[in-house]
Design a protein around this ligand. Sequence first.
Ligand code: NAD
Length: 527
Amino acid sequence: MGQVVMDRGAGNVAGSGPGANGHAATKIRSYAPATGELIGEVKVTSADEVKRAVERARRAQEAWGALPVEERCERVLRFRDAIVDRADEIVDLLVRECGKPRHEALLHEVMVAADLATFFAKAAPRVLAPHEVKLHLLKHRKSVIHYKPRGVVAVISPWNYPFQLPLRDAIIALLAGNAVVIKPSEVTPLIAQKAKEVWDSAGLPEDLLQVVPGFGPTGAALIEAQPDFVILTGSVATGRRVAAACGERLIPCVMELGGKAPLIACADADVERTARAIVFGGFSNAGQVCVSVERVYAHREVHDKLVDRVVELTRELRQGDPSAEFVDVGAIIFPHQIDVAEKHIADALQKGASVRAGGKRREGPGQFFEPTVIDGCNHQMTVMTEEIFGPIVPFMRVSTEEEALRLANDSHLGLNAYVFSRDRDHAQRLAERVEAGSVLVNDVLTNGGTPDVPFGGIKASGFGRAMGEEGLREMCNIKHVSVERVGMGSKDPLWYPYTAQSYGWFRKGLRALFSGGGLLRRIGEIL
Ligand code: NAD
């Protein structure tokens, strides 16, 4: 059979696996989204190769998991150092393969990964240390909680942050004592190869961190190889498939899925700061961010001023090929997102909205969509209710903050949300009522790069948490060891035989321990 090669450029069915003629793809070609130039290709990993990778990872994990956590931290910091030393070449590849601005490649990918490794290498010895839980009733026993590695962690990742997202999960999993197999997105296969190359160049065990490039079926084969834990970052549709496959095999998993972040601009919002936040939060990474500002509910007091200022700032943005010049907004990484953007805009226009800036794909080479502002939107329009994952910010005018809150919560997704108000206490109270995994007041996007706090969604945005102490402990089996503090002799009062006398004692104990009243009355119950 002749070799079937899958392009991941425009018009291809990235994610489905089989090529146009029905044969499984054997290679993925990667093209620069900003220029259309072919920049490299990688081999697709077969199901057998995936299985062997997991077996090798399992063997490598035994020695790694047995190391003291401090030694694992020291080695992960060597990886961090190699990332920092090779930052320029990583940034260059990110700029080419994703068409993202150089600043975003450096700050939101390389810097976030280096910071996360540093933070967790410091936090891990404390967070993973065994600790005692003082039992409220069985005082004669000592309970200690241990955090044990799960084993082999499968990391399945998307294309929008193809360096920091897989490495975020990999670094946290490694520090917890696991081995990691990454299935990177087929849309950005080269950058994951680069991450692996940097790992190997730091002299770290090759089988401990492996990368298995491929399409969806390679991800499915990774789950079939029975890893001990799966973390998927991707779309809701893939989340349903992956969670079902994990459920079938009883593999614990974390789902980091899509978002539809609302931004509530209160009547007293600082218009200039809010406008700048909307432009940055809506167009960073060309809007291909799970926590992008995807819908704005602006109080009528500020609505017009805010839309006008956002439109002005949007028109000032420089968009273009980031490998040729410093630009603010780069290309669309996955060409399918341009079709998605066009559909949302057509639907909104047909239902009465107006495009105030941008609104179309850019002519000429490369995959670009203009930063777009739409106003006059409502919840009949898909642009307000479905994930966009592109550079579009839709506005809806509201009369009260209660209305904004009701609309913000009227969503099947709940990842991030934003509230803007000059009154911080008021904004904080409002934030507590928004249904989302994280809510930022007077800020956008930053929690995606804040390793100290848990990150993740509710509703169809997923479950489980990446980052924070919770994220580190997600990568562990939690083990409880219980030891007696004092010898109890040969017979425990809770054990057999069940007698009328012992029942009487327990009956009295129930009232003494759990009924109301003061100490004397409760002692009286026993006597
Ligand atoms: P996707 O769901 O198409 O793909 C994600 C990964 O899953 C890819 O590596 C893909 O090959 C793999 N995959 C596909 N089918 C599979 C299967 N049956 N079994 C196993 N693996 C399979 O998502 P995408 O288009 O790469 O990324 C965009 C989506 O990711 C958006 O919805 C975005 O909101 C979401 N996202 C979420 C977060 C978060 O932290 N919550 C972060 C970034 C992106």
